[in-house]
Write a protein that binds this ligand. Structure first.
Ligand SMILES: [Zn+2]
Length: 506
């Protein structure tokens, strides 16, 4: 009598051949506000073609550089440090920071080529013009920010503008101003192949020799200046350049000199400096005449800190001041600049030729970028492909700009994505977005529309189940374009949350 083996063999799947093969596997990193996506396309020889799209995290996320370090280490473990194509969608810290803060890890990577939008091309005349406008607006904003920092006893409104400006400047330009450019350039230098490839919307679809079943369409950034600047609706369109009313007003107002003692000499002041007294000096008690009646009057009516107002009055009387109110428009200029840069996003649509299925990665494209696609046409084979055709074929969407209200249009966006298999990923974190006063991010109406269009197949970087090793999304998998979902939580030292979520897509 023979003995049974001590261990039972686990049954093999009935038929491995029956499992559909993914067209692409996407590992989305879950840093929250920030993008980093690793796309792995199977090649004919069974090896993988690797494409990395962006690698950054917003300055507002606590411990951001350490988390990005974990992410880059994971990319290296997964790919062996070999990336065939690195895509840099646009020059924002939350898309490029990792190339600078984790440059010690990236230096061992081998990157085949770098892809970017035409807006990053240093010899493109329109890109140069755009860059000059951006630099000038940045200088003006930094001036306004310094000026607001130096003001004392700001009204509640202006304190809000000051804080908002700091966060926008910190977000867009990094704490030390030029760091975003440095991070973008660090990404470019990772490839031995120079210069990078710069892409135009509407040019012939790209093909990759090792992936003959794939066509890549470039939809943005648009060449049309109006489209680049368009944020929400034409009626609300503001010019981005230095000729714009906000930037012009700010430039004029900020034509002030910092005197040797660090105070401001305002050239627009109606009086000689020796005639008046700086309000901030009165309020700080450093002016010689603050002990007199004038000092008491100013303190009582303009400091915003006196609670002895008459019963019918607001105890905060700082609204009487108009000295720095004009700086409030800095907030509008900052938002314009931010959105203008989002609209320079390189937008890629990956189409599989045999199935016609499309995977759309729009970076942080906002409304102007999206609306410009309607004029695009590509001659393919005997026919013509339009952006509407690509949207109709879209079965997977990387949601633009972290789900903000003005980065996923309704009629010329989601409503054109009619494929029943549509699924989506949103690189967002509601908690961190709240910290930077983006309370509408992710935007409720977009979440609802996405849930409806995708039949609930939406994964968010801040989904609670991602923090659990055995977590499962609310939707059934496989379903729609998602064949399988895997996830990995963060190292416990980084706090709760997912490190990555990976989807097999077909
Ligand atoms: Zn972003």
């Amino acid at each position: 009598m023979s003995r049974r083996p001590a261990t039972r063999r686990t049954p093999r799947p009935a038929s491995p051949a029956a499992a559909p093969k993914p067209a692409v596997t996407v590992r989305h990193y879950c840093q929250g506000i920030g993008d980093c996506h690793l796309l792995s396309f199977p090649k004919a020889d069974g090896s993988l073609f690797r494409m990395l799209i962006d690698c950054g995290i917003h300055t507002s996320v606590k411990g951001g550089p350490a988390l990005i370090g974990d992410i880059v280490a994971d990319i290296k473990a997964e790919t062996g440090g070999k990336i065939d194509v690195l895509v840099v969608t646009h020059e924002h810290w939350d898309h490029v920071s990792g190339f600078l803060t984790s440059d010690d890890l990236f230096k061992d990577f081998s990157v085949g080529e770098v892809w970017m939008g035409w807006t990053e091309n240093p010899v493109d005349l329109e890109a140069i013009e755009l860059d000059k406008s951006r630099a000038q607006a940045l200088r003006v904003l930094q001036g306004a920010s310094r000026r607001l920092d130096a003001e004392r006893g700001l009204s509640p409104h202006l304190s809000g503008v000051r804080d908002g400006l700091q966060s926008v400047l910190g977000f867009q330009f990094g704490a030390k101003g030029e760091r975003v450019r440095a991070a973008r350039d660090a990404a470019i230098k990772l490839s031995a192949k120079q210069p990078p490839a710069y892409f135009e919307p509407g040019a012939a679809p790209l093909s990759i020799a090792a992936l003959p079943n794939l066509r890549i369409y470039v939809l943005g950034p648009p060449r049309d200046k109006a489209a680049l600047r368009l944020e929400e609706r034409t009626s609300e369109m503001y010019p981005l350049g230095p000729g714009g009313p906000f930037a012009r007003a700010l430039s004029a107002g900020l034509a002030v000199n910092e005197t040797g003692d660090g105070t401001w000499l305002d050239e627009l002041s109606p009086f000689e400096r020796s005639v008046g007294t700086e309000l901030s000096a009165v309020l700080s008690g450093s002016a010689s005449d603050t002990q007199g009646d004038i000092g008491a009057f100013v303190w009582k009516h303009y400091s915003g800190q006196v609670a002895e107002a008459r019963p019918e009055e607001d105890p905060d009387q700082s609204w009487r001041r108009i000295d720095a109110d004009w700086l409030g428009i800095a907030a509008d200029l900052a938002m314009q600049l931010d959105r203008g840069v989002n609209n320079t996003s390189l937008v890629l649509a990956f189409e599989f030729i045999d199935t016609g299925r499309v995977f759309l990665f729009p970076g942080d494209a906002q409304i102007g970028n999206w609306l410009s696609w309607k004029d695009l046409k590509w001659p393919v084979g005997q026919g013509t492909v339009t952006a509407a055709d690509l949207m109709a074929g879209t079965v997977y969407l990387k949601v633009a700009h972290h789900g903000s209200h003005n980065a996923t249009p309704q009629r010329q966006g989601l409503e054109l994505m009619t494929n029943a298999d549509l699924s989506a990923f949103i690189p967002t974190n509601e908690h961190d977005a709240g910290k930077v006063r983006w309370r509408e991010m992710p935007y409720d109406a977009i979440l609802t529309a996405l849930a409806d269009r995708t039949n609930g197949r939406v994964i968010r970087a801040d989904d609670a189940w991602l923090a659990n090793k055995n977590g499962k999304p609310a939707f059934a998998s496989p379903s729609g374009s998602i064949l399988a979902v895997r996830n990995a939580p963060r190292d416990a030292s980084r706090g709760p949350g997912g490190l990555w979520v990976e989807v097999d897509l077909a």
